[in-house]
Design a protein around this ligand. Structure first.
Ligand code: MRU
Length: 370
């Protein structure tokens, strides 16, 4: 991976042109804007694992495009079937980079099916590679369109829940914005849309320890867009809710199980418990591709555990050691919020609300919108 400095203030995490991929190194934001050249699936895998690129939709797209770039520049002498098998194996490898977000494995499964199908009719491997590259490139535009639709549905729904002349103050967690996606964002996209509608008084973002996606990335996006916003420590969230200064919480998702249980950044579950206690609606905003109908509940979601260094060292592991040497560490990157604490799930196809006090009909919703 080679690095190039480029103009500061960019919120574009994925810069792609056919044959070339550059990823904004999110570890260095907000103080430095550095793009890394990604030339292969191996570069893509390392960039995802090391948090150069993060956020469920962004890692799926970056993974696919890293392979698209490798493929474009490849001198391949095999058959069409061998080309499909080459891509299938590389996709499997990319999926192993981070386990919790379903977007990556969902994209890989769809792309694997597509290349196997292309190989059935292709006379040359080039046709298989081209079908793959086209599909990987479509993920960029599809994601931005989905996010704008999530923003639209979210803002419209939240507005419908307001009493006369009420406006919104929204607490969010982690980073779910442009940087976590191909653009605009999911939960942060809803905040953008609410702001654009003139309905937002204030956004609050948590620091999101230990990697500080909130203080480094979400705060950066909110300041960039001139959205009125305040940063709080993760542990200030309950006090903020008690103070009456927020009337909605919106977070993203890495994986939503069939019953609505949702895996998202560590700390989401605590926010949902606090929101429930203070009777503040708690929303998840995510594309339909974040829903994993193969898992009946959140019990079976694999939660990634990351290096103790993220806690032991300053700056989410990038700085010098600050914790007492010798202490043992538990560092799950995500937690699972049970569906009964979630008020609604905002998707690009509309908002999923409860069909009974505690239950969503997510399967019914997905089948209807497919
Ligand atoms: O560890 P990260 O930074 O990849 O975690 C990101 C989150 O948990 C986001 O909330 C989620 O991926 C949704 S991003 C639109």
């Amino acid at each position: 991976m080679e690095s190039t400095n480029s103009k500061p203030n960019s919120l574009q995490s994925i810069c792609y042109q056919r044959g070339s991929l550059r990823l904004l190194d999110q570890r260095r934001l907000p103080l430095e804007t550095v793009y890394l050249d990604i030339r292969s699936a191996t570069d893509g895998w390392n960039a995802i694992k090391d948090m150069v690129v993060r956020g469920a939709p962004a890692i799926a797209i970056a993974a696919a495009l890293s392979l698209a770039v490798e493929t474009f520049n490849l001198d391949f002498s095999g058959t069409s079937t061998e080309a499909a098998s080459f891509l299938t194996k590389k996709l499997e490898y990319l999926v192993s980079s981070r386990p919790t977000a379903v977007n990556l494995s969902d994209a890989a499964t769809k792309l694997q099916k597509l290349v196997l199908k292309a190989a059935e009719t292709a006379d040359e491997p080039k046709a298989v590679f081209e079908a793959f590259i086209d599909a990987a490139e479509r993920m960029l535009t599809d994601d931005v369109n989905d996010n704008k639709a999530i923003g639209f549905h979210g803002a419209r729904f939240l507005q419908s829940q307001l009493k006369d002349s009420e406006s919104l103050s929204i607490l969010t967690h982690c980073n779910t914005g442009s940087l976590a996606t191909a653009g605009y964002g999911t939960a942060l996209g809803v905040i953008r849309s609410v702001h654009a509608e003139g309905l937002l008084v204030q956004a609050f973002c948590t620091e999101t320890r230990p990697f500080n996606q909130g203080s480094r990335l979400t705060a950066f996006e909110l300041v960039h867009d001139m959205i009125p916003a305040t940063l709080i420590t993760d542990s200030a969230a309950a006090a903020l809710m008690k103070s009456g200064r927020v009337n909605a919480v919106i977070v993203g998702a890495d994986r939503v199980a069939a019953n609505g249980d949702t895996a998202n950044k560590i700390g989401t579950y605590s926010l949902a418990i606090s929101a429930s206690f203070h009777k503040i609606p708690f929303y998840v905003a995510a594309p339909v591709t974040s829903i994993d109908l193969s898992l009946p509940s959140g019990e079976d979601i694999i939660v990634e555990e990351r290096s103790p260094k993220e806690l032991l060292n300053a700056d989410g592991g990038l700085g010098k050691q600050v914790a007492a040497p010798g202490i043992s560490v538990w560092n799950p990157a995500f937690d699972v919020t049970p569906a009964n604490l979630i008020t609604g799930i905002i998707t690009e196809k509309g908002v999923i609300t409860k069909v009974s006090a505690d239950a969503f009909d997510i399967k019914g919703f997905v089948e209807k919108v497919k």
